[in-house]
Ligand binder design. Structure first.
Ligand SMILES: [Zn+2]
Length: 392
């Protein structure tokens, strides 16, 4: 039997906003029809449940690290990225059962927060069981790192071994960040990409130290390599920003997610757009505030017309895993129309992960999940309220 839901406003995302529109769904959430108020009236649709609020598709979290869930509340805020990385490395080791329990809680938290699909960074295979058992769609980004050129082959082989544990699940092998992957390892990743052509992701320009390291071989990363015991005498700075240095080493035939972009400049975006036709720019504002207490230049990114997605990052660098909380953070700090925030939180992420046939918009035949968001009208404009709940 089809149930009919209506709300103050329905955001199909791929079509116009429907004031008092109606969605017809099967008991399992499959969308059977999406109607304007007038169409619903003409078709004499009855027994409609009305919700005060905005109905939007389930959220897509394009950047998470389930594996770090046990570090919730353990890492001090505002220390900067290089100190953050060192602290995570010192603390991340724990009992497998403690890590698994924390991941399970994180998975449930995302589900309750209306997240239906996740791009999840993994450095090992411990999350594979949780992902198999979860109703959430997971794409695993098996992440490699190694700034020492001599370890490139070993890093790839380790990832290929972990990959077997995720058999049957969507997975890509991806670089961690510009400062942690050697040119040799980027080359190995290009070769892998030819056989595993899925979307890839890389942390990008999360801190001023990152550009300083590539432009001048200065800043906090020198201390980080000292901490790691790696002699980087071999390393010559390119004189360019980190993005402009490494993007040419990546395949331009794979959809590529640049994550954070806190220090990306207009020149970086112009360079990247000209070089790579399949880029997506992921914002994780609450994590940026947690680690660096800075936000990316979202107005500049919007003005350049790039495709933006949202991510929560991990519980090591965020107080919760909620795409809705990321939307509120952006709304509180920038002037962004609500329909754009909704598109970043849903359809853009689904497109990046290659799952638009099911997720990201309200269209007949999809099963995208349904969230109800509070709203206010301020000077004739709709803005998000502070609460949400998952309906399907
Ligand atoms: Zn991350």
């Amino acid at each position: 039997m089809i149930s009919y839901l209506s709300a103050s406003y329905i955001y199909p995302v791929t079509g116009p906003v429907l004031k008092n529109g109606v969605i017809g769904i099967d008991p399992d959430g499959l969308i059977r029809t999406v109607l304007s108020a007038e169409e619903a009236k003409n078709q004499n649709i009855e027994l409609v449940t009305f919700y005060e609020g905005l109905l939007v598709p389930g959220f897509v979290n394009t950047h998470c690290h389930l594996e770090l869930s046990h570090l919730k509340g353990k890492v001090e805020q505002h220390t900067g990225l290089t100190d953050f990385v060192q602290t995570v490395m010192k603390l991340r080791g724990a009992d497998d059962s403690a890590i698994e329990l924390a991941m399970l809680r994180a998975d449930v938290e995302m589900l309750e927060n209306g997240i239906v699909a996740v791009g999840d960074i993994s450095n090992q295979a411990i999350s594979s069981g949780i992902k198999r058992g979860s109703p959430i769609y997971y794409h695993t980004f098996l992440e490699v790192m190694g700034f020492n050129p001599a370890t490139a082959k070993a890093s790839i082989n380790r990832a290929l071994e972990f990959k077997q544990k995720f058999e049957g699940f969507p997975l890509s092998i991806v670089p961690h960040a510009p400062y942690s992957v050697s040119a040799e390892l980027f080359e190995e990743l290009r070769l892998v990409a030819e056989e595993l052509p899925g979307p890839v992701s890389i942390h990008n320009q999360e801190t001023p130290d990152e550009n300083a390291f590539f432009e001048r071989k200065e800043g906090g990363f020198l201390k980080l390599y000292e901490f790691l015991g790696l002699d980087i005498g071999f390393y010559e700075p390119s004189g360019k920003t980190s993005l402009q240095t490494v993007l040419p080493m990546m395949s331009d035939r794979q959809k590529t997610l640049l994550v954070h972009n806190t220090m990306s400049s207009n020149a970086d975006v112009v360079f990247a757009k000209a070089l790579h036709p399949l880029l997506y720019w992921c914002l994780c504002p609450n994590a940026n505030l947690y680690i660096e207490n800075k936000l990316p230049d979202v107005d500049m990114l919007r003005a350049t017309g790039v495709k933006i997605t949202l991510g929560t990052d991990s519980l090591a660098s965020n107080t919760g895993l909620s795409i809705f909380a990321e939307m509120l953070c952006l709304q509180d700090n920038f002037d962004i129309p609500v329909e754009e925030l909704i598109q970043w939180a849903t359809a853009n992420g689904a497109e990046f992960l290659g799952i638009s046939d099911r997720y990201g918009s309200f269209e007949t035949g999809k099963r995208p999940g349904i969230n109800l968001l509070d709203f206010e009208e301020v000077n004739g404009r709709i803005v998000l309220g502070r609460e949400m709940r998952r309906l399907y």
